[in-house]
Design a protein around this ligand. Structure first.
Ligand code: ADP
Length: 259
């Protein structure tokens, strides 16, 4: 609060009072602080492992070539984890900073989903998961790279957190001026108590399962940011052990920010 007296001919005749609501600013500051702490922690875990395995080789604990290879492969895995983490952190900060409207173009969500389905086909086949694409063409004004990332992350999760022999369905369409994309799966589902938190950075329901499949806990927060940047909304329906459906609604034409 800022208060200043108002003088008229040397006498106080009033006061000006400024009341600023700093809630958003304080919240943003807190999120930034938490993010730095989380990033440090997430990076430290694989680095500690790398350090430990390297020390064991250095100290002669790996006697024969098989042991050396085993330690090398563990170091390799942890180093790859570090790279994925840094990639995702950079991607997230690019999305936060970029002005997506600067590079908006017509994007057909149905066609794009078809391309992504092709690039995930081998991962799905390895897990004996079938992906199907239904619905209609729907063209919206959007940042193509971000749309690609959004669909990829959702479908990748739907495959990753599926069961063998499971199914992933992608559906696109137009509803009330919005492009609607639903990615549903017959996977492990998300327990109710975790549902409100999975869009947070680094939040994972089952840390070890996510890590095993190369997850960083950043995929859905990237999705959420992209949706916000396109003035859209996202909803989640999920039941433990039955599956998950995530629906994204994006206006075909977004309201331009006033210049
Ligand atoms: P990750 O890199 O761990 O996959 P995400 O941000 O993409 O991170 O997802 C956060 C967490 O939400 C995951 O670790 C997982 O526990 C849960 N999750 C996301 N998508 C699904 C899904 N389709 N089915 C079940 N759980 C999911």
């Amino acid at each position: 609060m800022f208060v200043s007296p108002v003088y008229t001919e040397g006498k106080i005749t009033g006061a000006i009072l400024f009341i600023l609501d700093v809630t958003e600013q304080a919240k943003a500051e807190l999120i930034r602080r938490e993010f730095s702490a989380n990033v440090s922690h997430e990076l430290k875990t694989p680095l500690t492992s790398i350090n430990g395995f390297a020390e064991m080789i250095e100290g002669g604990m790996a006697k024969d070539p098989t042991d050396v290879r085993k330690f090398a492969s563990l170091i390799h895995r942890e180093a790859q984890r570090l790279i994925s983490l840094i990639d995702d952190i950079l991607r997230l900060s690019r999305i936060e900073e970029a002005d997506p409207q600067a590079s908006f173009e017509p994007v057909n969500l149905h066609a794009l989903a078809g391309e992504i389905l092709g690039s995930l086909a081998h991962i799905a086949a390895d897990k004996t998961v079938v992906i199907e694409l239904t619905g209609t063409d729907v063209v919206l004004s959007a940042n193509r790279r971000m749309m690609d990332e959004l669909i990829y992350n959702l479908v990748d999760n739907a495959v990753k957190y599926n069961k063998s022999g499971g199914k992933v369905s992608i559906k696109t369409g137009l509803f009330e001026g919005c492009a609607v994309l639903t990615v549903s799966d017959t996977g492990i589902g998300i327990p109710r108590e975790h549902q409100s938190r999975i869009f947070e950075r680094f939040y994972r329901v089952d840390k070890s399962r996510s890590k095993e499949s190369g997850g960083t806990g950043l995929g859905l927060s990237i999705v959420k940011h992209i949706v916000e940047r396109h003035q859209g909304s996202i909803t989640l329906e999920s039941a433990s052990d039955a599956g998950t459906a995530i629906t994204v609604r994006l206006p075909i034409k977004i309201q331009r920010d006033p210049a």
